[in-house]
Write a protein that binds this ligand. Structure first.
Ligand SMILES: Nc1ncnc2c1ncn2[C@@H]1O[C@H](COP(=O)(O)OP(=O)(O)OP(=O)(O)O)[C@@H](O)[C@H]1O
Length: 244
């Protein structure tokens, strides 16, 4: 009999759950010959805003996708509220993404045929909330983010800054425990960038939502409580950054 010498991926230690909302260690992910992540670790506490910083191609988006349960890492573990993401079925992970996570990307993402109000209300509708209640919540969020006037317009008819604020309403309407934001202001001019980042930081803080914010811009990372640097697929923690 030949012994199997392949090292088993380390199981998440029990004490890793602690007060941490999401914890990951030793994440590795390759796409064919390309190593996107080789040793990435991450922690985020409830309500914390953490910026993931690094140059183009360093592995930021891959890390975000692993943490959000979109991509399965080749190695390493991820615990969300003490539950091992790797041990979950695809349907459990998609339930988590729908129910407890919010997403905001650089651009796109809104359904072009729906009005901005319907877009903002969509996650609640998909979770089974009735139309009237969902639309009322969406109106409140659009109002809060200063884009109530876009309610009846389609996403293609609004400005870039308005579009991202509608996207933010949609991302936050379910009161997610974590918002995953990948270069959320990447397509905006500096005035809109500042508006969107201020709203994102204050809205997340007031609702107790933790934010994983991927960016390569130091001025965007300055809104975070803490920075995690990514270089060649490896992470590195930085001291607390400036508050936004
Ligand atoms: N689905 C994929 N198929 C093949 N290669 C991929 C895939 N996703 C990412 N990669 C590669 O993995 C590496 C890391 O990509 P990733 O998108 O995570 O970097 P990034 O830091 O987010 O970059 P950017 O700031 O340019 O978006 C890159 O070399 C990229 O080309």
């Amino acid at each position: 009999m030949t012994a199997d010498t392949t090292p088993a991926p380390p199981a998440p230690p029990e004490e890793a759950a602690g007060g941490t909302l999401l914890a990951a260690r030793g994440l590795a992910k390759s796409f064919g010959p390309t190593t996107a992540l080789q040793s990435a670790s991450f922690d985020i506490d409830p309500g914390e805003l953490v910026a993931v910083m690094g140059s183009s191609g360093s592995g930021k988006t891959t890390l975000l996708h692993c943490l959000a349960g979109i991509t399965r890492p080749d190695h390493g573990w991820i615990l969300y509220q003490g539950r091992d993401l790797a041990a979950m079925s695809e349907s459990e992970r998609s339930g988590l993404r729908r129910g407890e996570f919010g997403f905001l990307f650089q651009s796109g993402g809104l359904v072009p045929e729906l009005s901005c109000l319907e877009n903002a209300a969509l996650p609640l509708r998909l979770n089974g909330t009735g139309r009237k209640v969902a639309h009322r919540r969406a109106e409140e969020w659009l109002e809060h983010l200063g884009v109530a006037h876009t309610a009846r317009q389609q996403p293609g008819e609004v400005s870039g800054g308005e579009y991202q604020r509608v996207g933010m309403a949609r991302a936050l309407i379910t009161d997610p425990a974590i918002l995953f934001a990948d270069e959320p202001t990447g397509a905006l001019d500096s005035l809109n960038e500042e508006k969107v980042m201020r709203l994102l930081a204050t809205s997340a803080r007031s609702s107790g939502t933790a934010v994983v914010l991927v960016t390569h811009e130091p001025r965007i990372a300055a809104y975070a409580d803490r920075e995690v640097g990514v270089r060649d697929g490896r992470t590195r923690d930085f001291a607390a950054g400036a508050a936004g």
